[in-house]
Ligand binder design. Structure first.
Ligand code: P5A
Length: 441
């Protein structure tokens, strides 16, 4: 993409309304634009990141055996009356009436709808287990939306729903999701801590939050430092083998992590030696629940058991804050110059800067590098504008692409280009060919 053609409305000034760093950087980098309180438009640079995260989430859900569906954002109130949550959800639910005065709502979550889909199509234990997920916009009318896309009213969530014959089946489904979550965050380049959690309005009695570490986070994190060292991507996982799945989950929960509840504090202090205690802050980027027959009972999601009995299926639900993750990554990975995208979710892999676009030799080399990188399938943002080098460098640092490739007259004479790694600031002069090998290898 040529910078001169790209819709990248960066801001020089820090917007006054932005309270936290990720919000400031995302506005300044032209990633999002507020449409109204807690509701955002995604601009090209932000959307590229959102899509990359979404794709990693999707691949890890698929790998674990979950199947993708797509449910609507607008739902009928009827199902919510059956589950009892039409009243329970209170003001957080955006309620709408259609032209026939029927009560509709903009879905804050999808337990009711998926249970209804399941109830009307599955009748036998032979069709179990199943896990269905979608990646869809949600609306929660938060009292105080803040921190940009981190706590907003409209947000993108991946929500999965598991259906099993009994508690033991549900535990296996829960554990598969647990691992899929650890893998998802690790692939994005984040360290996520699984913490035992409250179930809130979703209900049930087995639940974990996944918290990524960031000083600005809203959640308090207390955990055993050893938990930070576990590397799930190095584990050999066979999702078909429940015993091996459980063994991995146990390794990742063997080290204690807790929320700020009092009774948890006592266990933490008893179990974790003082020199191994990690106490910090983090951002909740995922939440998983087992809630048994809470929805299948009232909504009639029954199956016939091998013994010929009709029983309500056991369910769990599993959420990832896909849009919140964009802000979470910025909170976890930045410096005073701007964002530092992990490679896996960077909007472009390389920022190619032509320092002197009116120098023929520089432009010839930069154009040729641009073409060759694109041909090799590398995503490049090519800044060929007639702007000061300082302004171009500052913008590249702000938008945080992992590599910067700089072409200028001095280098052209010496037969070199400069390659800079955004994260470390390390720079190297290389021949254009060597730089290409590095970026395409
Ligand atoms: C699990 C999936 C649920 O809604 N039902 C379906 C369950 N869980 S949850 O914890 O309430 O939400 C799941 C994740 O969504 C993100 N999230 C938000 N992101 C941005 N703005 C919000 N207002 C918001 N609310 C929830 C969080 O990452 C949460 O873990």
């Amino acid at each position: 993409m040529r910078r001169s053609r790209y819709f990248l409305p960066t801001l020089k000034e820090t917007p006054a309304e932005a309270e936290i760093l990720s919000h400031r950087y995302m506005l300044r980098a032209g990633m999002v634009r507020q449409a109204s309180a807690g509701i955002y438009s995604w601009l090209p640079l932000g959307l590229r990141v959102l899509k990359k995260i979404e794709q990693i989430v999707r691949e890890e859900q698929d790998r674990s055996g979950a199947q993708e569906v797509l449910m609507p954002t607008v739902q009928s109130a009827d199902l919510w009356r059956k589950s009892g949550r039409y009243d329970d959800y209170g003001k957080e639910m955006l309620r709408i009436a259609d032209r026939h005065e029927r009560d509709m709502l903009y879905g804050p979550t999808n337990e009711e709808l998926i249970t209804d889909i399941f109830a009307s199509s599955v009748k036998s234990y032979r069709d179990l287990p199943k896990n269905l997920y979608h990646i869809q916009w949600k609306f929660r009318d938060e009292v105080r939306p803040r921190f940009g896309i981190m706590r907003c009213r409209e947000f993108l969530m991946k929500d999965a729903y598991s259906f099993d014959l009994d508690l033991e089946g549900s535990r296996i489904a829960y554990e598969k999701m647990f691992i899929a979550y650890l893998r998802t965050y690790a692939r994005i380049g984040l360290k996520a801590i699984p913490m035992k959690a409250d179930t809130g309005p979703i209900g049930g009695n087995l639940s974990h939050e996944f918290i990524i570490l960031a000083e600005t986070g809203e959640s308090e994190v207390y955990c055993d430092r050893e938990l930070l060292d576990h590397d799930v991507l190095g584990e050999d996982i066979d999702y078909e083998d429940a015993t091996s799945v459980r063994a991995v989950v146990e390794r990742h929960t063997s080290c204690y992590a807790r929320t700020d509840e009092k009774h948890e504090q006592a266990i933490y202090e008893a179990e974790v030696p003082e020199d191994r205690r990690y106490e910090g802050r983090g951002i909740e980027v995922g939440h998983i629940f087992y809630f048994g027959t809470k929805y299948s009972d009232p909504l009639g999601a029954l199956v016939v058991t091998p013994e010929g009995e009709n029983v309500a299926v056991h369910m769990g639900s599993y959420g990832i804050g896909v849009s919140r993750l964009v802000g979470g990554i910025v909170e976890a990975s930045h410096d005073d110059k701007g964002i530092i995208w992990p490679d896996a979710v960077a909007p472009f892999a390389v920022g190619l800067i032509n320092i002197r676009p009116n120098d023929t030799a520089s432009t010839a080399l930069a154009d040729s590098l641009y073409t060759q990188l694109q041909t090799a399938g590398v995503e490049v943002l090519y800044d060929e504008r007639d702007e000061s080098p300082g302004a171009k460098f500052a913008e590249m640092d702000l938008i945080g692409l992992p590599w910067q490739l700089v072409v200028g007259p001095r280098g052209v004479k010496a037969g070199t280009v400069e390659l800079k790694r955004r994260a470390s600031g390390e720079r190297e002069d290389l021949s254009p060919k060597a730089a290409l090998v590095r970026l395409t290898g």
